[in-house]
Design a binder for this molecule. Structure first.
Ligand SMILES: *Cc1c(COP(=O)(O)O)cnc(C)c1O
Length: 364
């Protein structure tokens, strides 16, 4: 069989390892497995969500409201934009796919930082486009501007806070880049972890409204991280009407499920769960910083719900991740990103206790 030649150059996205795999391969009881690999919310989701799921048990045969009227209404009042500024995706991942398919072809390129969200590259390569990366994992103005003017990419990704590194780019710097780039490129500001950054330091807080004055900029948000709804697959893009209208041509009908739609609407009603999650997170991440300081480990100051530990030559991220996996602790090895580093999602107090117990032994 002959497949499209662009597929030759694509590496399948490596998702965080599921709990079931550790249970199967290492014979560890599921309740003893600690998964700190996919930036899920460790306390789960808002209890009101479970009620919505139960009360919607009898609507599985119905297609969802494809206009997504209620969800868009909830998001437009939350962000102070109109419903015409919003597109809903099966995760913000799917919005990245729409953007890629809307503007890329084999003669175009996309620009991103050296180490950033893996799906930007995969969707670009599916379209046969070239992937350009700056030298640093941070989003540095000079590096982005030089590559932008020399290579004229069709899409520029600004992931802030950045995954898998955890650093953030200030609103001032993001706006400076947007203003200095011409309007032929779509600039994607991916705020998947924005709730955590905004809570930590207002200088990094970016809202969709901050960007709505620019015709070529789209803000991405998701219910998967702070809202604890990764399994429901709901994300959104917010931009000027014309951009949203073009992207909507790429959207398949009923792209999120009836149940996903119902829970996302519910999640918009109550921000207290997100606040509670962030409070727990801020408490627990301090333990990771203190541990690193006490053990002379380097880490990247995090504006997300995870922390990235950088190892020197005495520690090997692959060996450490494998050893932890055998003990039932799943974290993310960043070797495939070209870094001798690991990314650890901050867990509950109990999960973090278990992590430190094993991690101490493994690095000893
Ligand atoms: C998790 C994540 C997303 C999207 O997640 P979805 O579950 O598809 O909404 C987008 N960008 C970054 C940087 C992420 O970490």
């Amino acid at each position: 069989m002959k497949f499209n030649k662009v597929l030759r150059d694509i590496k399948t996205y490596e998702a965080g390892k599921p709990i079931e795999l550790v249970v199967r391969e290492f014979g560890i009881a599921p309740e003893d497995v600690v998964k700190l690999a996919s930036n899920e919310n460790p306390i789960g989701t808002n209890p009101a969500i479970a009620k919505v799921i139960r009360s919607n048990a009898d609507i599985a045969h119905l297609y969802p409201d494809d206009s997504m009227f209620e969800l868009k209404a909830a998001l437009s009042s939350k962000f102070n934009v109109t419903d015409k500024n919003i597109i809903i995706g099966a995760g913000s991942d799917q919005v990245i796919e729409f953007i890629s398919r809307a503007v890329l072809d084999e003669n175009s390129s996309v620009l991103m930082s050296a180490v950033t969200f893996a799906m930007y590259e995969i969707y670009a390569k599916q379209m046969g486009a070239k992937v350009l990366r700056t030298a640093s994992y941070e989003h540095k103005y000079d590096e982005f501007m030089e590559a932008f003017h020399m290579r004229k990419p069709k899409i520029v990704y600004i992931c802030t806070p950045n995954n898998p590194t955890g650093d953030a780019t200030s609103k001032e710097e993001v706006l400076a880049m947007i203003k200095a780039m011409h309007k032929d490129a779509i600039i994607v500001v991916d705020g998947a972890y924005m709730e955590y950054a905004s809570a930590k330091d207002a200088k990094y807080a970016i809202t969709p409204n901050d960007l709505l004055g620019y015709e070529n900029v789209i803000y991405l948000g998701t219910f998967s991280k702070a809202h604890g709804l990764g399994g429901m697959r709901v994300g959104y893009g917010i931009a000027q009407v014309e951009l949203i209208e073009e992207l909507t041509k790429m959207r398949p009908p009923f792209n999120i499920s009836t149940l996903s739609l119902a829970v996302a609407i519910e999640a918009c009603k109550d921000e207290s769960f997100v606040e509670e999650s962030i409070t727990l997170h801020q408490e627990q991440i301090k333990r990771y910083e203190t541990f690193a300081d006490e053990n002379a480990l380097e880490y990247i100051d995090s504006y997300t719900n995870f922390i990235t530990y950088l190892f020197d030559e005495t520690l090997n991220s692959t060996k450490i991740s494998d050893a932890l996996l055998q003990r039932g602790v799943i974290i993310r090895n960043l070797a495939s990103y070209g870094m001798n580093a690991v990314r650890i999602t901050i867990g509950t107090q109990k999960q973090n206790d278990i992590f430190f117990k094993h991690f101490k032994e493994v690095i000893a």
